[in-house]
Design a protein around this ligand. Structure first.
Ligand SMILES: Cc1ncc(COP(=O)(O)O)c(C=O)c1O
Length: 267
């Protein structure tokens, strides 16, 4: 990627285009689900069950994979006021064959579900050991390139921890919501420590699309012909630009930014 600020800082920036993996299960979605899918394929009687909000990228990706690979899927959706007709995502997930259960917020918090059968549970957002292990392939793809730094957007931290687990340098994680304590708990849980978590680019709260970030995404797309969105990758690249302008990275750095994808709206 070219930009005057990279030139001025005498560094190189490359983008790992995981957004191009697939229009729906793009980026880290595929990586985080891949180990679960492997297990489900060997155990066709075992549905994959996971959790999410009414617009969850994660549940949407899971429903699509289930449909394509003939794997049973169950979605536990936050909000008992919802139905599968409440928005086009839910309608599409229902049409793909995901069994949807809409539960109240209290039950959702406790992660209980009204399904009395053996299932393989995927924690919310694909978090967990299997999700982390699914990132190993990504690291295999980037290590021959030998970057000095890898930077990624952080939600649950699964992607960042997965990179760190299989890579030998600390990862730069740009937080997108106020959950540093949770991320640090996750680090300790899996003993994958020594990362650099940056809270400066959260910009208010999750999904708050400020003018700054929207304008940044539009300019970025115009400059590089690469689409980014304001919730995850927009904040990550915004943070990266800011760090570069502040001369955070030493001259000669070869930075790899992970384009972790985003969602395509159903037509
Ligand atoms: C496009 C995109 N990038 C990054 C993330 C954050 O990933 P993680 O939850 O693994 O930290 C998400 C959320 O899953 C996402 O949808």
């Amino acid at each position: 990627m070219n930009h005057s600020i990279f030139k001025e800082a005498e560094i190189k920036v490359y983008v790992k285009r995981d957004d191009l993996i697939h229009p729906i299960i793009s980026g880290n979605k595929w990586r985080k689900l891949s180990e679960y899918i492997g297990i489900a394929k060997e155990n066709p009687e075992l549905p994959l069950l996971s959790f999410g909000g009414a617009y969850s990228n994660h549940l949407y990706a899971l429903a699509f994979v289930g449909n394509q690979l003939n794997i049973q899927t169950i979605g536990i959706v936050r909000g008992d006021e919802l139905t599968y007709t409440s928005n086009p995502y839910l309608t599409q997930m229902h049409e793909w064959g995901m069994r949807l259960y809409f539960i109240n917020r209290k039950q959702y918090k406790l992660k209980v579900w009204p399904v009395n059968e053996k299932v393989l549970v995927i924690p919310e957002g694909g978090y967990g050991e299997l999700g982390i292990n699914g990132i190993s392939q990504l690291v295999n793809e980037v290590t021959p390139f030998d970057p000095t730094h890898i930077i990624t957007a952080v939600g649950t931290g699964t992607t960042a921890l997965g990179i760190r687990k299989f890579w030998d340098k600390p990862i730069y994680g740009i937080l997108t919501l106020n959950n540093l304590a949770e991320i640090q708990r996750h680090e300790n849980e899996f003993n994958i420590t020594g990362n650099i978590w940056l809270e400066d680019y959260i910009m208010g709260k999750y999904a708050k699309k400020t003018d700054i970030i929207n304008n940044f995404c539009a300019t970025f797309e115009n400059d590089h012909q690469v689409k980014i969105e304001p919730i995850y990758t927009g904040k990550m690249f915004y943070g990266l630009y800011d760090l570069i302008q502040k001369k955070h990275f030493p001259r000669g750095s070869k930075i790899l930014a992970l384009h972790s994808g985003g969602i395509k709206l159903p037509n």
